[in-house]
Write a protein that binds this ligand. Structure first.
Ligand SMILES: [Zn+2]
Length: 274
């Protein structure tokens, strides 16, 4: 599933391709792709100009002035640039055509039957079920070691808390494993046992790793590609995720795979002692 870096890259790509262009056609495959429904989706988007794009946690937002697109790409969802208009189908579940450039630009938002392309009034975006409970963004001013100290007073595992979007928004399984390895904290540690030094290390590793992953345009294992169809490059920088059975790049110990918070979890038992 695209996490913060991949969603950042896609939102930025859509902005660079379509900002300032006007929607000339828009359609979805079936009603459950958008809260606007098949009829309302085109009616509400056609004639609107894309003013900008953004990201909230793992959600892409498209600013059309008095309408905001709220897009959740799940599992293998992508944004693809198509050579021309095509009617939506079960792969290309939402298709939007922009005019006003030298030639029409057609973007398909794929496999949204588990995600969505909802349309909201700007004032109501914060009421979206997935947005209203989002914790601070790792790059916002609200994300500080002091904030983490407060939310880490619970007994839950540190991995479970970092995956919880109401604690920190945007992290998923890949980046949490990498952050905890860099911070030298075992994923099963109870958050309320962490020292100030460890909390600061988690804070720094989160910003550092997400920042580098954005620079390398995300992590591709199978389906993730940017809106230009290119893969990310951060998979070559991963130190533990997908490296179970291989040697730890720091100490040479074999990397283990465990199950923590219901997710496959990669850990070096020496660098991340319990
Ligand atoms: Zn190690």
């Amino acid at each position: 599933m695209p996490e913060l870096p991949e969603v950042t890259v896609i939102a930025e790509d859509v902005r660079s391709l379509a900002q300032g262009m006007e929607v000339t056609r828009a359609a979805i495959f079936r009603d459950d792709v958008s809260n606007a429904g098949v009829e309302g989706f085109g009616e509400r988007l056609v004639g609107k100009t894309l003013r900008g794009t953004g990201r909230r946690g793992k959600i892409i937002t498209l600013d059309f002035g008095d309408v905001v697109g709220v897009i959740h790409l799940v599992i293998s969802g992508r944004v693809l640039r198509l050579p021309g208009w095509r009617e939506p189908d079960k792969i290309h579940t939402a298709v939007v055509e922009f005019g006003g450039g030298e030639e029409p630009l057609v973007l398909a938002f794929t496999r949204l039957w588990l995600g969505y392309f909802d349309l909201y009034e700007p004032d109501a975006v914060d009421e979206h079920p997935l947005l209203k409970r989002l914790g601070p963004d790792p790059f916002s001013d609200a994300f500080t070691p002091e904030y983490l100290r407060g939310v880490f007073k619970r007994k839950a595992s540190i991995k479970g808390l970092l995956l919880d979007q109401s604690v920190v928004s945007g992290l998923g399984n890949i980046y949490v494993d990498e952050v905890l390895f860099e911070a030298k904290v075992h994923p099963t540690r109870k958050a309320n046992t962490l020292t100030s030094v460890e909390i600061r290390a988690i804070y720094s590793a989160t910003r550092d790793i997400l920042g580098r992953a954005i620079e390398l345009r995300g992590t591709t294992f199978d389906s993730y590609h940017d809106a230009f169809g290119e893969t990310g490059k951060f998979q070559y920088q991963l130190k533990v995720f997908t490296h179970a059975g291989e040697s730890c790049p720091v100490c040479g110990t074999e990397i283990q795979k465990l199950r923590v918070a219901g997710r496959g979890t990669h850990v070096c038992p020496v660098c991340q002692p319990l």
